[in-house]
Design a protein around this ligand. Structure first.
Ligand SMILES: *Cc1c(COP(=O)(O)O)cnc(C)c1O
Length: 221
């Protein structure tokens, strides 16, 4: 897709979103120029799935944007992730949390994290099972340098966006339960769910962060 079209898509999506909903541009496999075009259209948050792709972009892109990690993070990449990202949306294990905690402590910074929920309970997917989210959050909330700020879920990539609804509902339930607990070290501010095909449904079910790639940048090769 040409760069002007990306800028126009960004403007259109930003305009269409309710005021309290944030857009994260899902930038996997996109170029610096494509991401710049999206920023020109009003995008303020960029999501990367891979540390390696982020490394090839973040230091070279001079823009005042927030960088979100939205893909699964391996523990051995925790240091690089802490160097590169402003927010980790995919906290999904105690061991990863411990690795991030160590790296953040070494840099005297804190990391806002969303816990990834495996709302479809698919064994092939990463994330914490809905029934285990509460225990998981109670555990990681004790880590001094991790700030638990919300939940994220992928949901299935079905053709019919309505099929994603029950997965979003399950995540929303966990979000509401955690909010009501008012745990120290936890502030449930962000519910990140919905992608190109499903973001309308996700917002309908309470999302206030949507992660959009294809609708913004065009089909991936
Ligand atoms: C690719 C991706 C998206 C965006 O998906 P599209 O269908 O291209 O909009 C959102 N979240 C994550 C974690 C992704 O990997």
């Amino acid at each position: 897709m040409d760069l002007d079209a990306i800028t126009e898509n960004a403007q259109r999506i930003v305009d269409a979103l309710p005021e309290d909903v944030e857009l994260v541009a899902a930038a996997k496999s996109r170029t610096v120029a494509e991401v710049m075009a999206a920023i020109e259209g009003g995008v303020q948050r960029i999501g990367h799935n891979y540390v390696q792709e982020a490394e090839a972009m973040i230091p070279y892109l001079e823009a005042d944007v927030e960088w979100h990690l939205i893909g699964h993070l391996q523990r051995n990449k925790a240091k690089k992730a802490v160097d590169l990202f402003d927010v980790v949306e995919t906290l999904d294990s105690h061991r990863l949390a411990a690795a991030l905690e160590r790296r953040c402590a070494a840099q005297s910074r804190s990391m806002p994290c969303l816990v990834e929920v495996n709302s479809g309970k698919e064994s092939s997917k990463t994330g914490v099972l809905p029934g285990e989210v509460r225990d998981f959050v109670e555990g990681v909330a004790e880590l001094e340098h991790l700030e638990i700020v919300g939940l994220m879920t992928m949901g299935p990539r079905f053709g019919d966006p309505n099929e994603a609804r029950s997965y979003f509902k399950a995540t929303r339930r966990a979000f509401d339960e955690l909010s009501s607990l008012e745990l120290p070290g936890v502030s449930m501010r962000y519910l990140s769910m919905g992608m190109s095909l499903t973001w309308h449904v996700a917002i309908d079910e309470g999302a206030n962060v949507v992660r959009i790639g294809t609708e913004l940048f065009g089909e991936r090769d």
